[in-house]
Design a protein around this ligand. Structure first.
Ligand code: GDG
Length: 456
């Protein structure tokens, strides 16, 4: 394979950003094959951005550009995060349709494409990431690039009925069909996209991953993203992890830990999760005083208003539950609106009896996979997983729940608390096998193999 050219809103130009899923996968690919990573510098300037910042780190070239205030607002805060994000997570009610935001979104896609095209060489493969750059393929083609372009969507793709709420749905779908390979997290997302194309544009699904539409043939597949399984397993027994386990151990005082870890976002189903915890204490009195629920919820920077509303809801729910059930020496439910080092998180996962991963919609959900890798093989915890997370397609040995059915979630928490060591080990063993086999390198290779096939 020739050089890889990656495009994503955030890059891993800052080495500390190379710890998470996407950044690791892209970074590993770029260091292996050589290549360039295009994206946003993270800086905002008043008007016209200067020429992009170009530098090389460990053989990887970075080309990053500042955004103007208008671009940051219209492209990033508005269209990407207040139109596409809610709609793709099935929350049409939360979408804010501005008059000019789509134009700004398109203009930023076009501007970044114009930085990419002159730097492309024959034999390169381009890999575009996520919902910020749905139109990128189209602009690269208009700029004259005829080589392979892959696109991977990290968030869900909604059912056609929901997607059509987006006024620009046709323009976006046509642009997406300019990619050579279109990757989704799950079969559900893939089939939503294909159904949209067949119902509206007479697309032909060849059934082998190829779609014929708009006079072109494109490869459309599910490529469920994985984690760096071995590294996470090690992180869970690091000194930093052990310190975190023992710190929370003091707080628990022998009680069982039920843990949640999510960016504070409405897609993660936190109010419903808190309601389920309330029902646990309401209906399963044996758990009172015996279980502590801790939710780690670092704030999202991109959705300020929604975040404020969510906080109010969570404060109210936690206040009621703790008021009703708390005691001098017991806080039933607490949430910590801050972030922790990933080794500390690994330590928390390891001592949790239950991890609650109950998003209302999620492309994949990496927390579920990290929890699995962090477990003690001799005493593994139980994963409770939403059927609406992409991860549920792979992790069917978790306890699968509908996050809206809060009584059932409460019952399932109780079931997890009561589960025999034998059943916990059996379920965990199967989950672990999947997470190890379908890790981040497997995902990258599966995608890049398909992209390479387009070169042949
Ligand atoms: C998008 C899609 C898809 C969380 N709190 C802390 C922290 N985290 C880390 C977790 C995990 C990551 O953030 C969250 O990943 P998720 O997959 O759960 O969710 P999104 O951020 O919404 O990611 C999602 C993903 O892209 C990849 O394609 O799975 O569906 O929405 O790794 O551990 N990390 C640290 N401190 C925290 O407090 N260090």
């Amino acid at each position: 394979m020739g050089r890889l050219i990656a495009i994503s809103n955030r890059t891993a130009a800052d080495a500390s950003a190379r710890a998470g899923g996407l950044a690791v996968a892209v970074w590993e690919s770029l260091t292996a094959t050589g290549g360039i990573w295009f994206g946003w510098s993270g800086n905002i300037v008043k008007d016209t951005p200067a020429a992009p910042d170009v530098f090389t780190d460990e053989g990887v070239e970075f080309v990053v550009t500042d955004f103007t205030e208008a671009e940051h607002d219209g492209f990033y805060l508005q269209f990407a995060n207040r139109v596409i994000w809610p709609i793709f997570h099935y929350r049409v009610d939360l979408a804010h349709f501005g008059n000019t935001d789509f134009e700004t979104y398109a203009a930023v896609n076009e501007r970044i494409a114009s930085l990419v095209v002159p730097r492309l060489e024959k034999g390169d493969s381009v890999w575009v990431h996520d919902y910020h750059f749905l139109l990128m393929g189209d602009y690269l083609r208009r700029g004259g690039w005829t080589g392979p372009i892959g696109f991977f969507l990290h968030i869900p793709f909604p059912s056609p009925e929901i997607f059509k709420a987006l006024p620009e749905h046709e323009q976006i779908a046509r642009a997406m069909c300019e990619y050579s390979v279109l990757g989704f997290q799950s079969e559900t997302d893939r089939s939503n996209f294909v159904r949209y194309l067949t119902e509206n544009y007479d697309a032909i699904d060849d059934g082998d991953g190829w779609i014929g539409v708009f006079g072109r043939r494109i490869r459309v597949n599910a490529y469920p993203i994985g984690i760096q399984a071995d590294a996470f397993e090690k992180a869970a027994i690091s000194a930093r992890a052990k310190t975190a386990s023992s710190r929370i151990g003091k707080f628990l005082g022998g009680r069982q830990l039920v843990l949640g870890v999510d960016r504070m976002d409405y897609s993660k189903g936190l109010p419903q999760r808190f309601e389920a915890v309330g029902k646990l204490f309401d209906h399963f009195p044996a758990t009172r005083g015996k279980v502590s629920v801790t939710q780690i919820a670092p704030p999202s920077r991109s959705k300020v208003e929604e975040y404020r509303d969510l906080r109010i809801q969570l404060d109210e729910l936690a206040g009621r539950i703790n008021g009703d059930y708390g005691d001098l020496d017991w806080i039933p439910l607490r949430y910590l609106a801050r972030s922790y080092d990933r080794r500390e998180l690994a330590g928390l996962y390891r001592i949790a009896r239950i991890c609650l991963v109950t998003p209302l919609r999620d492309g994949m959900n990496l927390v579920a996979k990290e929890f699995v890798m962090a477990q003690d093989p001799e005493d593994p915890g139980v994963l409770i997983l939403s059927e609406f997370a992409g991860a549920a397609e792979q992790l069917s040995d978790a306890l699968i729940v509908n996050p809206h059915d809060t009584y059932h979630v409460a019952e399932t928490i109780y079931r997890g608390l009561e589960m025999s060591l034998e059943e916990r080990k059996e379920r965990w063993g199967k989950l672990r096998r999947t997470v190890v086999e379908q890790d981040i390198s497997w995902w990258r290779q599966k995608f890049l193999d398909d992209l390479d096939a387009d070169l042949a």
